[in-house]
Design a binder for this molecule. Sequence first.
Ligand code: ADE
Length: 278
Amino acid sequence: MIQSIYKQDLFKDKVVLVTGGGSGIGLRITKELLFLGAHVVIAGRNEEKLAHAIDELHDYQHQVSAVPCNIREEEQVEQCVDAILSQHSRIDFLVNNAGGQFPQPANEMKIKGWRAVIDTNLNGTFIVSQKVYNKSMKQNGGAIVNILANMWNGFPEMAHTGAARAGVENLSKTLATEWGPEGVRINSVAPGIIRSSGFDTYDENFTAYLRQAAKDNKTYRLGTEAEVAAAVLFLLSPAAHFITGETIKMDGGEPLNNPKFPHKEHGKMPPWDGSGKF
Ligand code: ADE
């Protein structure tokens, strides 16, 4: 059973669409939302991953369902949103978590790879947000949380996703302005280096680099999926009703590095991994 810092039933009967909810950070967000009483629809391109997640979530079988959907394809997104609305009649919250990228120096990047990442991480986020807004949130209000990345000083060897996530950050402010009058909030969480299942998809060299880079923040460790989920759930919760167009950086203060204040292991900020006492 999952642990949460939030009170029981906080999201009772809320309907949430989590893109990329079949694995990693998206799955952790999904589990905590289910634990707190929400109905969650996980959407993703990989049907096998979705089926695996549904298996894993069998304790919540009456609260969770999966819809296969490639967020790059407008028609598929429309069908996905329509299917959710025919079952639940509204979508209260959207977590734009689906995304993908691969490490490569910018000068070697093929335009096809560049376009694919922009298409998923930026265009896909826009398409899903627009459909959910037009078909539900415009009438009923709601909240959207986008998952970004630590791209504040550029994103070396990830130029495509850095540009896409920076685009989503700006998009959030536009949507917060345009959709705020209809009672819709749009915020983001920008994770630093998180110990997630996505980690296993990178090659050894890149993983070694990430592990070294993990010491480059105030906690001297990697972040956890539970920590990212906690920030996402806060932004969805009523405690954040006065917050829109904002981004929470969840990165241990990594962008605040200063050679005069080198990081060291202190053990005073242990990971909130959902299982510890606090
Ligand atoms: N996860 C990664 N890429 C995706 C896509 N294009 N659609 C949905 N989920 C995804």
